[in-house]
Design a binder for this molecule. Structure first.
Ligand code: PHE
Length: 441
């Protein structure tokens, strides 16, 4: 049986049946951009998610994400030049369909790391997924000989549904590598590597990250100088975007592919908001991809968060709007102009609850909310504003488990009627019954 995943609802149901059914499975395939992939136990990408491929919001004229992208690229072009040319090259059109090797293995992400979980990623099959971060391209670009580059594109993560979460968002990732002659141009007596590490025989040395201040192969001077550059460059970027008055703080962090690592938070509307992750690239990655005589920093930031804060955009779904009332507000000749989004108007919300008994094979602790959220998105589409777990309940006598979710519906561009919402809500109930074998209460 060949299942072609298209972005329509009938196919969504087929997909869910294929995903959760206990009936014997025949070979099915997933078609993405004219390419066929064999489906397996890992397959969980939905037609809805496939339909976002190629939208490339980060490249669409007048989209706020595209404006922030241009401002970030301009900052890097302006700040770093090499004989009059930009020192950073920009890759903003790399395919989002990547291998688990690119997304995880090449970045030293352990096999049991939670970020690999099926409940968190959109897998095409066990070897291929929709990239979960732009860092997935770091190794291949280093291998191709690049030293300073930006990777910009759409990334996919399974998550809850609310005004700041959408399963597709956009990231800018970067790598900057430095050789000894560049890093220590003024101090030729200083070294990048400890004497025990020989860049010509890198595999003779076991690099460790037990020292919180540096990787064991690097000297403290090289690490500290790279850290200072990294932090200066990123603060420069935040100032270029938000102005010089913005308050910031650095928080120590952990990423499997950098050490040491930090997150940068800015103070925005009375809260600290995390805007990016960064660190010194693990030397094992540089060694296996090519430049074994260099040290590098890397960072990754989310465009939606920045755009929502910069332009006061209250709902992440607005980024996907094709409504001219939205897009014309960003039609500025000068991309650095201060723009504040003015709500076109706020249409009323409709709230419907859904309660169901779980089958005996599932409990309130093993039921995967992310599976349910995907189903709600598949059937409800973009009128679903938020889904919240409202209640968990175990019947004292029958011991049956029950869950209740509230689904908030709101169209961004018109008023929804209760009748229209009820129809969508019924379709969600029906699909939940088929997919998870639940009984609606
Ligand atoms: N890939 C990380 C994320 O998505 C961000 C990151 C990139 C952190 C590069 C460190 C270095 O959260």
């Amino acid at each position: 049986m060949t299942i072609i995943f298209r972005s329509n609802r009938v196919f969504a149901c087929i997909l869910h049946r294929c995903k959760y059914s206990t009936a014997p499975k025949s070979v099915s395939t997933v078609q993405i951009n004219q390419k066929e992939f064999v489906a397996d136990d890992y397959t969980n990408v939905t037609p809805k998610i496939i339909s976002y491929l190629g939208r490339n919001l980060h490249l669409q004229k007048d989209n706020p994400l595209s404006i922030v992208r241009q401002r970030i690229v301009n900052y890097f072009y302006k700040s770093f030049t090499l004989r009059g040319n930009p020192a950073f090259s920009v890759y903003d059109n790399l395919s989002p369909i990547v291998t688990t090797k690119q997304n995880f293995d090449d970045l030293l992400i352990p096999l049991d790391h939670p970020s690999r979980a099926k409940s968190d990623c959109y897998y095409v099959n066990k070897d291929v997924l929709f990239r979960a971060h732009m860092t997935a391209h770091q190794s291949e670009l280093l291998r191709s000989g690049l030293d300073n580059f930006l990777m910009i594109g759409d990334v996919y993560r399974r998550d809850e549904i609310d005004s700041t979460h959408f399963p597709v968002f956009h990231q800018v990732d970067a790598v900057r590598t430095q050789r000894k002659e560049e890093l220590f141009a003024d101090h030729p007596d200083l070294e990048i590597f400890e004497p025990a590490f020989d860049p010509e025989n890198p595999h003779k040395f076991t690099n460790t990250i037990t020292d919180p201040s540096k990787q064991s192969c690097h000297t403290l001077e090289a690490t500290k100088l790279m850290e200072a550059q990294l932090k200066n460059h990123l603060i420069g970027l935040v100032h270029a975007l938000f102005g010089k008055d913005v308050k910031h703080r650095w928080v120590e962090a952990y990423f499997p592919f950098t050490h040491p690592s930090w997150e940068l938070e800015i103070f925005y509307e009375n809260n600290w908001m995390e805007v990016l992750g960064c660190g010194i690239v693990r030397n094992e990655i540089l060694v296996s991809a090519g430049p074994n005589n260099s040290i590098a920093y890397a960072f990754g930031l989310g465009l939606e968060r920045l755009a929502m804060a910069l332009y006061k955009i209250p709902d992440i779904r607005l980024m996907w709007s094709t409504d001219s009332g939205f897009l014309t507000q960003f039609q500025e000749k000068d991309i650095d102009a201060k723009i504040t989004y003015k709500p076109v108007s706020s249409y009323p919300q409709c709230k419907n609850d859904i309660s169901f008994w779980l089958p005996p094979t599932l409990s309130i602790d093993t039921f995967m909310s992310n599976d349910f959220y995907d189903l709600v998105r598949d059937i409800g589409g973009d009128i679903v504003e938020q889904v919240k777990l409202k209640d968990k309940f175990v019947h004292p006598k029958t011991k049956k488990h029950s869950l209740c979710y509230s689904i908030m519906y709101r169209h961004l561009e018109r008023t929804l009627t209760q009748a229209e919402v009820n129809e969508v809500h019924k379709a969600i109930e029906k699909a939940a019954v088929e997919a998870f074998n639940v009984v609606i209460r």
